[in-house]
Structures are given as C-alpha cells and as structure tokens.
Design a protein around this ligand. Structure first.
Ligand code: SF4
Length: 367
C-alpha cells in the first residue's frame, strides 16, 4: 500500500490530507489526532512538512543554561529543582559567578546563547537581572541572552510592585533578547490547580507573552505533557498558542516536553507514570501540523528523551535539535540520564539519519 492509500484509509486521513495540502488542523481536529493511534502516519505527514520547509537540515545551538537560583516560592508539584528560601542547599549565582561561567563556555565551546532560568526568588529585584544581562551583552557580544519565563517576569513585577510590561521593557533595554517559553505547562485551569496551583494562569502566560512580542522580544512556546492533562486540554493549549501567534508572530519555536516524575511531589501524590517515546513522537508530529507555516521551528526535546529519540523526532516533524545545554540543573534533579551534549555529538546524530546539521544563533540564523 502506498502513502496515499495509507493516509486516505486512516481514521484521521481527512486531517492528514488537509495538512499535506497546507491546511492546519483546528482544535477539534487536533483532539482527534491526540485520540488516534496512527502515530506513524502523523509522523510521515509531519516529517514531509518539515522536509518541504527545511530540506533535511536540522539546526542546533551551542549554549549553556544558567540556572541562576533554585530558591522558589511557587512550589510546583512537578518540579524537583526548587528549594524554599533559607534551605541549606539553596543558592543564588552572583554576577562574578555568572561572568566566569559564560566566559569559560565561550572559550571552551564558542557558545552562541545563554539560556537563563531560575526559581521565583522573592529576594531578587530587577537590578540583579539588569546587571547580569548587560554584563553578558557587553563582555560577550556574540552570545545571545535568552532569558526568564513569563512566570519569572511576573515574579519580578511583584517584587518591584511594577507591571510585567515595564519589567520586560527594562530587561530588554538591559540586554534581554528573547524569552523562553517555560511555565506554560498546560493552560487549563483544572490542570494548573493540580500540578502548580501557585503559578500564573494560562491567560496570564499568554498576556505576558503578548507583551513580550509587542516589546520586540521574540519567544518560544512550550507544553509539558504526560501528567494529568486530557486530550481536549492539550488541543486547547495548542490552539491558544496558534491564535496568539496569528496576531503577533512573536514565537520563533515550539517545544513539547514531557513531565519527569522522579523526585517530585506530584509523583508522591500518585502521578508517577512517565510518558514514553511514542508520546513524544506524537506530540512533535501534531505540533508540526498545528503550527505549520505559523511557528517556524519545532524542537526535538532531546533533554528528557535522549539523542536516539531526538533523531526520530527530526524525522517526525522537528527541525531544531535544541541546544547543547551545558550546565543544566533543573531536569538533572529528576535523575534524567544525560542533560548536556557537545556540538560534535549533535552533528554526528543528525548526520547519522542523513540530515545536514547547521549551527544557529539565538534567532535561528545559521552561523
Ligand atoms: S518549575 Fe519553576 S516556578 Fe515551579 S517550583 Fe520549579 S523553579 Fe519554581
């Protein structure tokens, strides 16, 4: 049976044929995709969409993650990284430590991006971030500052008794160049109430991202799946991101990643199943179809699924391998096997599947 017969004979054949003809699935169609087991057909179609757009090229960025503090008052139940204020093993990196980490990574790896993320630390005012960002931009001009999440921006605004827009504007002036998509999880209020009741709502995440886009700060969008969410809630999450993107065009990339249960409160409360490789491939394929022609890049999510699954993800619709992520500490706290890679390992893995690796900068430009 050829591809055309396979597609048309499937229960989701109408959606897949629409995708190949340039029609993105709507929210109801997305839910049907999520409820279908035809993952390999979805991957065949999504992989075709990515190859049409990128011609078998896969980008990656040499970067480090600076997890600047693990102090957090938001207590997300899926998080193994944070510590309450005053905990013995809590930390905050000072300006000197940030500079020496970036400096070492520039000389050892030639990094193009520093991804800056941390807890919601009530003791850090905006000047901490302004000083760090302006130091990095002035001392290491080839390194892009991709920093904070919508919820960290909200925390800084609360510390400063300011607005999130004012915070974004000041941080951009200090050197912030783009905003990671963390903190989105699943927008549904029901899900947030279970997994992260103290965190900003989905509507607030979308509002802050809209403000970032309007301030000239491009961003990533994310979804963390594989816990208590339902298909309709995932479909709604993706549809809301697509809807904002239709207005602002501010998202550069979408990254689906799975919940890692180890060492988390949520696991203690009985949510201990970890999503597997097929779940990842399905999410990547559906993301490519949902955002085709709208959000340019879909990442492979190697951090939680390993290099082998990232190779598969590239064949199922992802076009960006992600970053080398040297220094990552958040996912490491769940005991995930490997949380950093070298550029050589990434280029080798990409070549192994017959794709061409392309190093990129913070803005997805080839370098
Ligand atoms: S995910 Fe972020 S906001 Fe939530 S507890 Fe962990 S560090 Fe804090």
């Amino acid at each position: 049976m050829g591809r055309t017969e396979l597609v048309s004979g499937s229960e989701i054949g109408d959606i897949l044929e629409g995708s190949l003809a340039g029609r993105r699935p709507g929210e109801d169609e997305c839910r049907r995709l999520l409820e279908s087991d035809d993952v390999h057909l979805m991957g065949m179609v999504a992989g075709e969409l990515a190859r049409r757009e990128f011609g078998g090229r896969a980008t990656y960025v040499n970067n480090i993650i600076l997890n600047y503090t693990n102090v957090c008052i938001t207590d997300c139940k899926f998080c193994a990284f944070y510590r309450p204020p005053g905990a013995e093993d809590s930390y905050v990196l000072d300006l000197q430590q940030i500079e020496s980490r970036v400096s070492a990574a520039v000389s050892s790896f030639g990094i193009r991006q520093v991804l800056i993320q941390g807890g919601h630390n009530p003791d850090l005012g905006i000047s901490y971030y302004e000083e760090a960002f302006s130091m990095i931009r002035s001392k290491f001009p080839a390194v892009g500052v991709h920093g904070l999440s919508a919820s960290e921006v909200d925390m800084i605004a609360r510390v400063e008794k300011s607005s999130t827009r004012e915070v974004l504007s000041r941080l951009r002036e200090a050197g912030l160049q783009s905003v990671p998509g963390a903190g989105a999880e699943i927008f549904s209020g029901r899900v947030k109430e279970i997994i992260s009741p103290k965190k900003i709502s989905g509507d607030e995440w979308l509002r802050i991202m809209r403000e970032a886009h309007e301030e000239g700060l491009p961003a990533s969008a994310t979804m963390m799946y594989g816990h208590v969410e339902r298909a309709g809630e995932v479909a709604s999450h993706l549809a809301e991101i697509a809807s904002l993107q239709e207005e602002t065009r501010g998202f550069m990339a979408f990254i689906p990643w799975n919940y890692e249960p180890n060492n988390t409160q949520l696991k203690e409360e009985g949510v201990g199943r970890r999503a597997g490789g097929v779940d990842l491939l399905k999410m990547v394929a559906i993301s490519r179809m949902m955002f085709d022609g709208l959000i340019p890049h879909v990442q492979s999510s190697w951090l939680t699924n390993g290099v082998g699954m990232a190779q598969m993800a590239l064949m199922y619709g992802a076009d960006d391998f992600g970053g080398t992520l040297v220094g990552e500490e958040v996912v490491s706290c769940t005991g995930a096997r490997s949380t950093e890679l070298s550029g050589a390992v990434i280029t080798g893995a990409v070549r192994q599947i017959g794709y061409e690796p392309v190093e990129r900068d913070n803005f997805y430009n080839a370098v």
